[in-house]
Write a protein that binds this ligand. Structure first.
Ligand code: SDX
Length: 431
């Protein structure tokens, strides 16, 4: 029977080393045993952007990039999008199993009762410029929440961690909606405990002078599904940030603010907003070939396409594309969808994209739905953050329960100047 090991022969010394293979990986610390002399530090692996490094063992989300598969705790994303609700999926991510009816009702009630934020937070948001980007407000206000709950620093207490998790899942939509209302110069709308999670978010975003906001049921369900589709995605950039900041035992508000900051980048969660800018810039179907030419010349990227893991169609994009037409039937079609569908058709037939296995990802169609719902561009990454909050927290919780985890501190290869004496300023020559 073949041995699950790697035999490495160091040609510098002729020595051979047997390294165990577990779950398709080798323990990196074993490389440190490969030395040329006793005082040698030993080998490391060099992996910029961690393209081939497993940073943790996880039991939350499984992705098969080649086959375009995404499962939360073993449940296919397509089935969860079809049959589940966002808070039910949040429970699944956090606890590992789908909740019973009683568990879900109690969880929903707990989240509902934590949706309010301290009035100081409203005053804090009023201090931002009228045109402050809502993502900047969200990142800042999530971090500021840590000052209202100093006990959150006690991350070693599971009950305390659970309370902060509930608070964050409940309050992130409130902060997001407050940011939007500030941006629009509108008075904030307080949570309505009679509404669903998605319905209440729409209420806090769009309620005007009516006594009680009534969400459009198609939009409410579509938003809940979009939150499900964004809920987790294993060790992506923002989740890794959540884990790294959390590994120093920082409180979850500071860690989640850092995760949201990572998400805001245009290569990550900021892509949904960039896709709409791109489609508007293309403007019409007949200008697509000219745009594709620029992409292939390396002058720009086809935003919403490509993925570090998926080398096939992102399963979330398939669901979102279908969902878009349901929303358009209810609220009116976003004309940019025709350009998007044509961009996809042309790209998927073009060797440049085929060779690089570039397919639509979660961000390619999501912005079209948000825009049709009346969500402005600068709120699109904010909605991604709302959806990803339970995923960030489930991964953070898993890290705290993992005996193998400790403070994250990668190594480096130093190729800078060798040791040299200080030079007095009068003796320095222009560099
Ligand atoms: C998300 O990790 C996650 O799970 C993230 C996410 C999640 O749920 O958390 O799925 C959410 O962030 C989705 C991705 C959203 N970002 C975008 O849509 C921005 C556009 N996409 C690219 O920037 C890119 O595809 C990335 C960042 C998503 C992935 O980049 P990689 O894995 O580092 O790949 P790469 O940049 O090395 O590209 C490989 C080749 C290059 O060409 P060559 O140098 O080999 O000639 O593909 C090209 C790239 O130029 N390429 C693209 C492209 N993406 C990659 N060319 C044109 N348009 C693109 N979008």
């Amino acid at each position: 029977m073949a041995k699950e090991t790697l035999t490495i022969i160091d040609n510098r010394t002729g020595k051979s080393y047997e390294i165990p293979i577990t779950h398709g990986t080798i323990p990196a610390m074993k490389l440190r045993e490969i030395k040329v002399s006793e005082d040698d530090f030993g080998l490391m692996s060099y992996d910029p952007a961690y393209q081939n490094t497993a940073s943790t063992i996880s039991r939350i989300t499984y992705i098969d990039g080649e086959r375009g598969i995404l499962e939360y705790r073993g449940y296919p994303i397509e089935e969860l999008a079809e049959h589940s609700t966002f808070l039910e999926v949040a429970w699944l991510l956090l606890n590992g199993e789908l909740p019973t009816k009683e568990e879900l009702e109690s969880f929903q009630r707990e989240v509902t009762l934590h949706t309010m934020v301290h009035e100081n937070m409203r005053e804090f948001i009023e201090g931002f410029r009228y045109d402050a980007h809502p993502m900047g407000i969200l990142i800042s206000t999530i971090a500021a929440l840590s000052t209202f709950y100093p006990e959150a620093k006690n991350v070693s207490d599971p009950a305390n961690r659970r309370l902060q998790i509930i608070r964050l899942i409940a309050k992130v939509p409130t902060l997001a909606a407050y940011a939007y209302r500030h941006r629009r110069g509108l008075p904030i709308v307080y949570p309505d405990n009679d509404l669903s999670y998605a319905g209440n978010f729409l209420n806090m975003m769009f309620k005007m002078t009516e006594l009680k906001y009534k969400p459009n049921p198609v939009v409410e369900r579509a938003l809940d599904v979009l939150f499900i589709l964004h809920a987790d995605h294993e060790q992506n950039c923002s989740t890794s940030t959540m884990r790294i900041v959390g590994s120093s035992k920082a409180d979850p508000y500071s860690a989640l603010a850092a995760a949201a900051a990572a998400l805001s980048g245009p290569l990550h969660g900021g892509a949904n907003e960039q896709v709409i800018h791109m489609l508007r810039q293309i403007g019409s179907k007949d200008r697509i070939p000219e745009f594709i030419k620029k992409v292939k010349a390396g002058e720009t990227k086809l935003m919403g396409f490509g993925h570090r893991v998926y080398k096939n169609y992102d399963p979330r994009a398939k669901v979102i594309k279908r969902l878009a037409y349901e929303v358009f039937d209810a609220v009116g079609k976003n004309p940019l969808i025709d350009i998007a569908v044509e961009v996809e058709r042309i790209a998927l037939e073009d060797d440049y994209f085929i060779k690089r296995k570039l397919y639509p990802n979660v961000d390619f169609y999501s912005g079209l739905i948000y825009e049709a719902m009346g969500i402005p561009l600068d709120m699109m990454t904010v909605l991604f953050a709302i959806g990803r909050t339970p995923g960030w927290l489930a991964q953070w919780e898993e890290m705290h329960n993992d005996p193998e985890q400790k403070i994250a501190r990668p190594r480096q290869v130093y190729l800078g100047p060798a040791r040299r004496p200080f030079v007095p300023i009068g003796e320095r020559k222009k560099g």
